[in-house]
Design a protein around this ligand. Structure first.
Ligand SMILES: [Zn+2]
Length: 296
C-alpha cells in the first residue's frame, strides 16, 4: 500500500481503469505520474512533488502558483522531484502544475496536473514585548531601516545549484512552543504574522543547520536579534533568530546538523527560544511541514 501521506494523481492512461488498479499497479511505462506530499496542501505549505516521466528525460522544469520549480533526478528511484510551496496568501482552489520536459533527442514534451490547495485558518494571539519593539525611537527606526536593506540584499540570493540533500533535520531537540501562521498582536498595537516555528529552548542551546548550505547572513538585527540565514540553493533559505552566540561566519559552508549558533532571546522575543523560518522564492513556508517531508 501507498503511504497515507502520499497521494496518487491518476495518470491519463489509467483514468478509464478501475481506481483500485491505478492505486496498486506499477506505473505504465507510457504515462506520467505525479505525486505530492503533504496529501493536504494548505496556504503556507511547502510541497515536494515527484514526477515519473513516460520515457527518460534530459531535464524537467515546472511551474506552479507563479513559481518556477527546478526538478532533480533521483537515479535510484528513477523519479524527478522538486520543492515548491503555497504562500500564506494563496486562496483555496485548484492550481495547474505545468511540466516541461526535454527528451534526449531534443524535442520537448509537456504535461499538466491540477493540484488542490485548501484553506487553513490560523489562530490569533496577544503578546507582550518591551515597548521599544512596538514604538521604536528615531534611532531604533534608523537601525530597522538599515536592517531592512541588509535583509533585502540577503533575500535576493537565488543560487542555481541545490545544496540541500535528503530530509531536513530539526535544528534543536525541543518541543514546539509556537506554530507557523499565528496572527500576533504585540502590546495591543502591532499586528504581525508568525512566519516561522518556535522551539522551546533556554539560552545557550546548540542550534544546528537543518540541511546543507551556505551562510549568507550572521549578524545582529533589531527585531530578529542575532540572526543566521542559510542559502540551500534554488531559492530556499532558512533563518534562525534570537540567537545568543554565532558559531559560523558569513560565507561558511555548513553541513546538515552542524552547530551554527547558541540559542537566546535577543531581538523582539517574549523570552529565550529558537525561531526557525523557511523562505522559498520570497515566500515564507511552514517549517514543521518541511521537516516532515520524505526527501531523497
Ligand atoms: Zn517565532
Amino acid at each position: 500500500m501507498l503511504s497515507s501521506r502520499l497521494r496518487f494523481l491518476l495518470p491519463v492512461a489509467a483514468v478509464l481503469l478501475p481506481s483500485v488498479y491505478a492505486w496498486s499497479a506499477p506505473a505504465p511505462a507510457s504515462a506520467w505520474h505525479v505525486l505530492y506530499e503533504p496529501a493536504r496542501i494548505v496556504n503556507g505549505s511547502p510541497v515536494v512533488i515527484r514526477v515519473t516521466t513516460p520515457k527518460p528525460m534530459k531535464s524537467l522544469l515546472g511551474s506552479w502558483l507563479g513559481h518556477e520549480l527546478s526538478f532533480s533526478f533521483d537515479s535510484r528511484q528513477k523519479v524527478w522531484y522538486a520543492l515548491g510551496g503555497a504562500s500564506l496568501e494563496t486562496k483555496a482552489g485548484v492550481y495547474a502544475l505545468e511540466l516541461h520536459a526535454e527528451v534526449p533527442a531534443g524535442q520537448a514534451i509537456s504535461y499538466e496536473k491540477k493540484i488542490p490547495v485548501q484553506h487553513q485558518r490560523y489562530p490569533r494571539v496577544i503578546l507582550k514585548v518591551p515597548g521599544k519593539y512596538t514604538a521604536p525611537s528615531p534611532e531604533e527606526q534608523k537601525q530597522i531601516e538599515e536592517d531592512k536593506k541588509t535583509k533585502d540584499e540577503a533575500f535576493k540570493t537565488l543560487s542555481a545549484e541545490r545544496e540541500w540533500q535528503g530530509a531536513f533535520k530539526p535544528p534543536v531537540e525541543a518541543e514546539i512552543s509556537d506554530v507557523f501562521g499565528v496572527q500576533r498582536v504585540f502590546n495591543g498595537t502591532v499586528q504581525s504574522t508568525h512566519q516561522g516555528l518556535d522551539f522551546r529552548v533556554g539560552p545557550g542551546s546548540s542550534v544546528a543547520a537543518i540541511n546543507r548550505g551556505k551562510v549568507i547572513l550572521a549578524r545582529p538585527l533589531f527585531f530578529e536579534g542575532n540572526c543566521v540565514v542559510i542559502d540551500h540553493g534554488q531559492g530556499l533559505l532558512t533563518l534562525y533568530l534570537h540567537l545568543s552566540k554565532f558559531l559560523v561566519n558569513e560565507g561558511d559552508i555548513v553541513e546538515k546538523g552542524q552547530p551554527i549558533a547558541l540559542s537566546g532571546g535577543t531581538g523582539r522575543a517574549t523570552g529565550p527560544h529558537l525561531h526557525l523560518a523557511v523562505r522559498w522564492q520570497g515566500i515564507y513556508l511552514n517549517p514543521q511541514t518541511l521537516l516532515g517531508l520524505t526527501l531523497p
